[in-house]
Design a protein around this ligand. Sequence first.
Ligand SMILES: Cc1ncc(COP(=O)(O)O)c(C=O)c1O
Length: 367
Amino acid sequence: MQWKQVLSTIKPYKPGRSTEEVKQAYHLTNVVKLASNENPYGCASTVAEFLSSASMPFEIYPDGHGTTLRAKLAEKHCVEEASILFGNGSDEIISIISRALLDEKVHTIMPTPSFPQYAHNAKIEGADITEISLKDEHHDLNDFIEAINERTAIIWVCNPNNPTGSLIPKSELESFLERVPEDILVVLDEAYFEYVTDPDHVDSVALLDRFPNILVLRTFSKAYGLASFRMGYAVGSPEIITELNKVRNPFNNNTLAVAVATKALEDDAFIDMCRELNEKQRKRYRSFASERGIHMYDSETNFVLMEVPGDADEATEYLLRHGYIVRSGNALGTPGYIRITIGTDEQNSGLLHAFTLLLQEKVESNE
Ligand SMILES: Cc1ncc(COP(=O)(O)O)c(C=O)c1O
């Protein structure tokens, strides 16, 4: 086969271990997955009720335009319907953007550590990649500007950033956008937007009038609790959306997923509730870490990146044995840390108990 040469340097995405797999491997009856930043409260009860009674013409191809969902999202964001692009998760939108703009001749800029799909897709397209390290735990947007060259086609910004949870203050983001040339696409990936509580934050869809070269990514996978349906969307200028639509596969979202996302938009109270519960639990993690002198990144999301004693893979394995699946920082570009999805009160109590045992064990083994 004449595979693209770059594929020899790329590994397939390795998902975290499933609860079933961990139950069998460690002979556990209860396993809690706090590894993929899903919503521990599930989805809105109105959505669950809708699902149990949903009846649809499953033999018919989906509405490839997502007409009703499109109208609702356009109204929610006060944009034209032509400003919206749907993807099979925002993952697919990242690959659509990359396919539309990147090749061997162009250059792209992204943060590191950050969401790996930007680099993954850019590599496959053969683009020249500049990765900008976080500075003091944050995107250093001045470094992004300095990295721009005449071949730069896309700048990726993850806000708040995965895996650190850090947020770019409003004024910094705006002053950065003012300095980016208009012919460079700035992707603002806001997968965790609904969880942000810091008032120094901007709904960047509102910046579209001033900066038509931005594209905002949102998802139903996180706060909406619908990760299994794979529904993400982008909001941008109709000109940009038209070009991206040429790359999008027809019928990339299935009928049920579109219907469920449409229903989910009716329940803002559920999202508000999840944001509040998450903030309360996030504070618990913050206190836990500061009381024990453990470093934890300042998170505006539904996960925390927490320092561990010793190797992150070992800490992850220890927590697995206690029934908690988390992500090792070794796989995320943050060795010495683990990323924990913030769960329910009960789940977090269990995780923090297991973490305390880990700390005690480390102290004892050093004595
Ligand atoms: C920053 C970021 N962007 C995008 C995604 C992909 O989300 P989706 O489920 O919509 O594909 C994730 C998922 O973890 C993420 O953390």
